[in-house]
Write a protein of this length. Structure first.
Ligand code: FAD
Length: 616
């Protein structure tokens, strides 16, 4: 990687003592399923601030369609859900962790129901469970047909708002509780630029974040514990199902703060998004193929029958790869989804029917043009079974994290589940930072030691944050100075850099990768980074491009390093999975090559992991 990626600790120059100061016990960056669930858990032991860079509606969570996977059918078992998760993960799932997540699922979903979440049920009130690719049973809980995520988001926003004291977007010296805690402040349009540490040394604890709000400007938010729940990275690619906010900020800021990222090569592509000029790449849920839709080539032939015994319901990566191959065989002509024979389409999939209508399409009469798109970031910030990163005071949950649940590929509808489970775990465990940073949680880490096996998790007993809560007009606990000399290189067309990067990522790090394409894109990214990362920007559009470049460089490097095909990572030049790559690849600032970490097996760790929430 170009040295420029390792040079900057912060995106902007600042002096902490000159900025407004806000104090809290737990800072949560992200207001999707993981961040909101973490807020409910951490409000039990202190004051909380939750940030979202947009509003609290536009999250990947709110856009989720299919549902949440969990065991509710009496014929289904935790063992079966666990085994399906392992199969999808193609050898890289950390087994004790996956067992714990699927076991915790039913309890956390019942809890959502108790908070008012609606789900689709039959006339007798029984859950109508869907089935998606890779699942051996019907186990997908859904709401309003294809609007599950919006219902999950609504339920959690309502729950968090019931604990909320202030939604003004911050402002130093704002109101708040203190002492015993339990209050939540929710700041929307508040962009986290960087995690703050007292110095630049390895092991320096995270003490909150520097943020930017359009009304309040730059602010220092000091926290005893910081949970990154900032979602995915879909905007790295030209074609994506993700909302505009998914710009990989969390991975980039964690990398700058010294945290380890893992398995970055693994990005899941969804096979079917609406492909019309001028339309956003709306997801056409797998449930539609589950309901019997066919994929047709340009001649009207159902080509998936020639590819896999499960035809359209083959694993997502197989379907995505088959579509790309088919498009290339027919010289760029597209493929389409045929739903014309599905009875009651509009009733079962009202959201998608409404989107189609906007473009004059009727699923009962017309073929729907579809194309694969980047959907889910499998890699991310490496955590242990408690959501701890290897930087003291920093936790990660949801899509931004790499917990080991998904391995080399995500089983459909396992990510909302992961967000719920790790939201609760991180929100609970981070209480350990309150008593001067001592880690008090019980249970074992993924390797049974309380660390995640790739480094010592320090104990920042010298944390200078006062335990007395927050209040007006307090000085910065430690002076942090970021000195960056303004670049003398010329002006920049940011929109052009962003769109060039997204196109290059789609072409070279997309569904079909080769060593040659990856090494040329690494050079391209380094070149763009040299004259983009040296700049100082004053609004999110510039910071997002800097974050995208950083994570793109890591993703392409990880894909180049992994000279095999596994899960959702397809290397045309190395088509076979190799035992030498049955490891997690870990990436850290100031290192050119990854460290590797063995995959955790149940055989090696026969004692089941116990979710700390049950012990708290
Ligand atoms: C179209 C679509 C359909 C999907 N369908 C399903 C499904 O059916 N089932 C399933 O399990 N999964 C599904 N997924 C995946 C799933 O929705 C996500 O993985 C999951 O919701 C991620 O939750 P999260 O809490 O980690 O992040 P998100 O829900 O994306 O929330 C991220 C939050 O972080 C905030 N943020 C980001 N950067 C910053 C910053 N710099 N400063 C401040 N705030 C920041 C954002 O504003 C947002 O509030 C789908 C995804 C998409 C896009």
């Amino acid at each position: 990687m170009d040295p420029i990626f390792h040079q900057r600790r912060y995106l902007i120059p600042f002096r902490s003592s000159l900025l407004p100061q806000i104090f809290t016990d737990t800072l949560i960056i992200g207001g999707g399923v993981a961040g909101l669930r973490a807020a409910v858990a951490s409000a039990k032991h202190g004051d909380v601030i939750v940030l979202a860079k947009g509003d609290f509606k536009n999250t990947n969570t709110a856009w989720a369609q299919g549902g949440i996977a969990s065991v509710f059918d009496e014929r289904d078992t935790i063992q079966s859900h666990y085994e399906d998760t392992l199969t999808a993960g193609a050898g890289l799932v950390d087994e004790p962790l996956a067992e714990m997540v699927v076991r915790e699922g039913p309890r956390l979903i019942e809890e959502l129901f108790s908070w008012g979440m609606r789900a689709d049920r039959d006339a007798s009130g029984k859950l109508m469970l869907g089935r998606e690719g890779g699942h051996a049973h019907h186990r997908i809980i859904h709401a309003d047909g294809d609007a599950t995520g919006a219902e999950v988001q609504r339920t959690l926003v309502d729950k968090v708002r019931s604990l909320t004291t202030d939604t003004s977007g911050g402002g130093a010296g704002g109101t708040g509780g203190g002492g015993g805690g339990g209050t939540v402040r929710v700041f929307d349009k508040c962009f986290a630029l960087d995690l703050i540490t007292p110095n630049d040394q390895p092991g320096a604890p995270v003490m909150g974040a520097i943020t930017h709000h359009p009304k309040h400007g730059l602010q220092m938010i000091w926290a005893k514990a910081t949970i990154l729940a900032s979602g995915g990275a879909g905007q790295l690619f030209r074609e994506t199902t993700n909302p505009p906010q998914a710009t990989a900020d969390g991975c980039a800021m964690a990398f700058r703060a010294g945290a380890t990222l893992a398995d970055m090569a693994f990005t899941q592509f969804h096979p079917t998004t609406l492909y019309l000029a001028g339309a956003s790449r709306s997801l056409i849920t797998e449930a539609i193929r589950g309901a019997g839709a066919y994929l047709l080539d340009a001649r009207g032939h159902r080509f998936m029958l020639d590819v896999h015994p499960l035809a359209e319901l083959a694993p997502r990566d197989i379907v995505s790869q088959a579509i790309v191959r088919q498009i290339s065989r027919q010289s760029g002509e597209g493929v389409s989804l045929d739903c014309r024979h599905i009875v009651g389409f509009e009733k079962s999939f009202p959201g998608i029917a409404a989107i189609l209508k906007k473009f004059g399409l009727d699923a009962g009469k017309d073929l729907i043009p579809v194309h694969p798109a980047m959907h889910y970031m499998v890699g991310g910030i490496r955590t242990d079974a408690f959501g701890r990163t290897d930087v003291p005071g920093l936790y990660a949950a949801g899509e931004v994290a790499s917990t080991g649940l998904h391995g080399a590929n995500r089983l459909a509808s396992n990510s909302l589940l992961e967000g719920l489970v790790f939201g609760e775990i991180t929100g609970t465990v981070c209480a350990e930072m309150k008593s001067n940073g001592s880690r008090t949680a019980t249970g074992s880490g993924t390797n049974g030691t309380g660390t995640n096996g790739h480094g010592h998790i320090g104990n920042p007993t010298s944390s200078p944050i006062s335990p007395s809560g927050f209040g007006p007009a307090r000085p910065a606990p430690v002076p942090i100075v970021s000195d960056i000399r303004p670049s003398d290189l010329g002006e920049l067309d940011l929109t052009d850099v962003r769109s060039s990067l997204r196109s290059a990522m789609w072409k070279n790090v997309g569904i079909e990768r080769t060593g040659q394409k990856l090494s040329s894109v690494c050079e391209m990214i380094d070149f763009w980074a040299r004259y983009t990362l040296d700049k100082i920007f004053d609004d999110p559009s510039g910071w997002e491009v800097q974050n995208l470049l950083t994570v793109a460089a890591l993703l392409a490097r990880s894909a180049a390093w992994r000279e095999e095909s596994r899960g959702c990572h397809l290397r045309l030049d190395c088509p076979t999975p190799l035992d030498t790559f049955l490891v997690h690849d870990l990436w850290q600032r100031s290192r050119q090559q990854p460290i590797t970490e063995p995959v955790q097996t149940i055989q090696a760790h026969p004692r089941p992991l116990t979710a700390p929430v049950l012990l708290a």
